[in-house]
Design a protein around this ligand. Sequence first.
Ligand code: DAK
Length: 256
Amino acid sequence: MSLVLETCEKGVAHLTLNRPEALNALNEELIKDIVEALERHDKNPSIGCIVLYGTERAFVAGADIKAMLPKNFVSFQEEEMFAFEINRIETIKTPIIAAVAGYALGGGCELAMACDMIIAANNAKFGQPEITLATIPGLGGSQRLTRAVGKAKAMDLILTGRHMDAQEAEKCGLVSRIVDHTELKSEAAKMAETIASHSRPAVRIAKKAVNVAMETTLAQGLSTEKDLFASTFALEDRKEGMTAFSEKRKPKWKNS
Ligand code: DAK
């Protein structure tokens, strides 16, 4: 049985991580199920956005420490553990929202950051506490957190191992918005449905454009944006969007 529960509604795939007894700690099975579900929904033309949820107590409390305990230096040289799977999330073209309540620590914070945006419940706690285990972030935390919040805050979090609350996470730009924990699901669904209501290929191009900004120089990014912008003019939907505006009606997307 999968450790990810799935429902689909109004063009949105809702994926709920279901290993509550270990606060959704990531093991091989859970991460495999997450990536398999993401890749399957990414190929489904009726899905325009994906939301990842945990429980109210924990989004994900990190990689499974008990499963990592027997590993040694050679294990990590010879096997990827699930670093490979986390990197596969980067290849998903459909936008992914991490809807975080409770703990998003270590690999959990890294999983949320591998998504396209994070919406946080007011009880969310983020952190990279690996230093308290005498190790360091290994699923992108030292890189993605630093890009998201800057060097000073990333150093503070990674070297102290402290948890950061939702307010601080929003203030430093890690999360896009905070909602009451009772409204996390409905607010995430609303946000996802809005994204899914737009032209699917235009959304994918917009996601690509923003991601380029994280990887390149301003000059190269602006040049890529120019090309991507021009590419939207090859879409039937672009013509429909501008025609519908001129005719004061709602656009009818063909997603082509
Ligand atoms: N792993 C395994 N079990 C965990 C867990 C984790 N990360 N977090 C919680 N649990 C389990 C607890 O052991 C406990 O299980 P039982 O004792 O009931 O069997 C249950 O979940 C409830 O946890 P607590 O009793 O501790 O609950 P509290 O409310 O008191 O505390 C807490 C919640 C989240 C503050 C606490 O559980 C905690 O500090 N958890 C550990 C957080 C942490 O250190 N996370 C970072 C882990 S290191 C890589 C791959 C992966 C990684 C790196 C590299 N490569 C492939 C290169 C990732 C590393 C990490 O994420």
